[in-house]
Design a binder for this molecule. Sequence first.
Ligand code: SF4
Ligand code: SF4
Length: 382
Amino acid sequence: MPVSLQSLKYFEEIYPIRIAQLQQERAEGKKIIGTLCLYVPDEIIFAAGADRIILCGGKTETIPRAEESLPRNICPLVKSSFGALVDACCGGDLACPHVSLVDAVVAEATCDAKKKTYELLPRYQETYVLDLPQKPESPQARAYFLSELRKFGKYMQELTGNPISTTALEKEIRAENETRRLLHRLFALRKRDPPPIQGSDVLRIMQRQFFLAPDQFREGVTRLCDELEHTAPGPQKAPRILVAGCPMPAGNTKIPDIIEQKGGVVVAEESCTGTRSFWDLVDEKKDPWVALAERYLKIPCACMTPNDQRIARIAELVEAYRVEGVVYYTLQFCHAYNIERTRVQQALKERNIPLLSIESDYGEADVAQIGVRVEAFLEMLA
Ligand code: SF4
Ligand code: SF4
């Protein structure tokens, strides 16, 4: 592994610049939208002349704030995100500074924990909920989602006062596809053996994707790819691990950190903070609304049923990245990903790929115990 990559500094230095940009936009009357899920298309938000930041929380600090009104036994991601919004709206300082810059939250009907939490959000913040079909491959699903996207488009037009033209939407689709292609370029470099970058570094960059403006993010990823393409890989070989499962939003790098401290290397993440965010492109030749509906329904989230496309994606990643073992990551109390593990495990068994299942929260209490299990798993793979 290279000791340090110069281009990684960009992602640290750009944070205060992005905060200043959001403050400036707000002062000029631009609307800032907070989202909490990949199913909400950025293209529609940007085409309406608004900006967006993703509010999924990976920090523990805001969880107690959420537990004042939510049950303790729900997923930490929901509690962290909700706690951050509540705290920011009540003038607290527990959340990251960008949370208080949001004008409206565009949420989505996915898992139960999120849906029911969104019913509490309007007390603190204007909230719009995008509905989703639950069976993405059913013939009616696309038509229904298309109608939901058009409705969402109308909401954005009313909020911003800007019409969404076909030209603007097509332009945003092309721009987002450029980001997706760039991420494919970055991830392709991780197919090298050994890869030129640690998985925990890639995860930290992927987390920035949801906060930076798209052009800022592309600039950083381009610099990184340019540097990696001229970086000699380190001499040491390490077991190649795919992390599959729940998202790992900013503040949470616990699992890849443990894997790489114990001597493995994460070569890909089948996650919303990994391949799920960019794998499929939007068809630029179709009607933009139809193309968006089709592409976003391809996101293989465990909230969907049946979720065959996720099993196929994991098999594809295992082969393409020459994965030796899968660490299946479930956030505590996330039933969707937890239950889906059985099908993933079966598919991997048929391919002789071992799986280590880890269920964890954002706390530090289980780090040593997870470390012991990861160490044993890596030894078995070596
Ligand atoms: S795991 Fe599913 S619900 Fe959560 S952010 Fe990803 S797509 Fe959305
Ligand atoms: S990790 Fe699971 S429980 Fe948590 S928000 Fe995502 S789908 Fe819902």
